[in-house]
Design a protein around this ligand. Sequence first.
Ligand code: CU
Length: 108
Amino acid sequence: MSKDMAFTDVSFGVRGNCGMCKKTIEKAANGVEGVAKATWDVDKKKIDVSFDDTKTDVMTIHNAIAASGYDTEKVTGSEEAYKNLPDCCKYDHSMMMNQSGEIKAEVH
Ligand SMILES: [Cu+2]
């Protein structure tokens, strides 16, 4: 019996700016029972989550992140929580998610 078989891996877009955002976002995702690992990429605006699908589901994770003030691909972040974020973390709501992470030349 392999324990690893129980885990499902997902990635989805989450908006944020900096290392503090990373802490908040990952803390929110890891706070969901059944989440084994959550890693948010500041450049890609994307989170990788590994979770036990007998204990939770993807939408629960989206909702937990949104409750911490951050927009995900599917759920808009709580405005109340957003207001309480440090100024450096007040990300742009029109920010692209799931970016390549490569530094691109601006096209004008
Ligand atoms: Cu931040």
